[in-house]
Design a protein around this ligand. Structure first.
Ligand SMILES: [Zn+2]
Length: 244
């Protein structure tokens, strides 16, 4: 669909970007992104995806809003405590941009559900907070050939990569086995920074502009502060992607 006059104006500041143009914007409006988890990472990522005009966004989370979420999960308020996150996040996001269809899904992501949940998405955003769930998402994304943006945060530290095996490592090539879920301390700004960077990876991939972090890991050490990009390689013995 060609852009309307309103859309040309709404998106004008990004359409001007080198290589983006009306074509890139139309591509974005025709794209679908699955946001796995609408916690600290997912709130930030989803806001920028919706504002940018990604046409379809699924926000999936099985959790309810807790008081300890409110330092970083800015789509929720005190009035939302004990209510499921996904529908509240979806309602807030819809207010930002009527061009975008935001679908809430209240579900736990695990090995039995992940595949069906991400079906049909052009891209998956890993905005999760525990290794077990991430691995389930990684396996499902590999099985369906859907690229995935990975981010993780703890304290002032964050990690980010663009995963699309076999062209790049998968999550399990560089994040070893399952570990127990823990809730590390994390200020909202760390989650917000990395969630925003996840949206940036998504927008570059979907519009074909810039270069993604394919084959690279961004390491943000906010306490130093430093941003470093390191090369990462596939693990030939990786249990998830070795057969690709
Ligand atoms: Zn792998």
């Amino acid at each position: 669909m060609p852009l309307s006059t309103d859309q040309c104006e709404r998106y004008s500041r990004q359409i001007e970007l080198q290589g983006w143009g009306a074509e890139g914007q139309e591509r974005l409006l025709g794209s679908s992104v699955f946001v796995a988890g609408v916690g600290g990472l997912g709130c930030a990522a989803a806001v920028y995806l919706v504002s940018a005009g990604v046409g379809e966004i699924v926000v999936c989370d099985g959790d309810v809003v807790e008081r300890s979420n409110l330092n970083r999960q800015f789509l929720y308020t005190r009035d939302d405590l004990t209510r499921p996150k996904a529908p509240i996040a979806a309602a807030q996001l819809r207010r930002l941009n009527p061009d975008v269809t935001v679908t809430p899904v209240i579900a736990e992501i695990d090995r039995s559900t992940a595949g069906g949940l991400i079906e049909g998405a052009d891209l998956v955003l890993d905005c999760l907070d525990n290794p077990e769930t991430r691995i389930a998402l990684n396996r499902a994304a590999i099985a369906r050939g859907i690229p995935m943006v990975y981010a993780a945060v703890a304290e002032y530290t964050g990690y980010l990569s663009f995963l699309n095996p076999p062209a790049t490592p998968c999550l399990e090539c560089f994040v070893g086995g399952t570990r127990p879920a823990v809730d590390p301390p994390v200020p909202g700004c760390t989650a917000g920074t990395l969630g925003t960077l996840e949206a940036m990876e998504a927008l570059k991939f979907l519009t074909g502009t810039g270069r993604t972090l394919a084959g690279k890991l961004l390491v943000v050490e906010g306490a130093v502060p430093s941003f470093d990009v390191i090369e990462i390689e596939r693990d030939p013995d990786c249990p998830a992607c070795r057969s690709l």
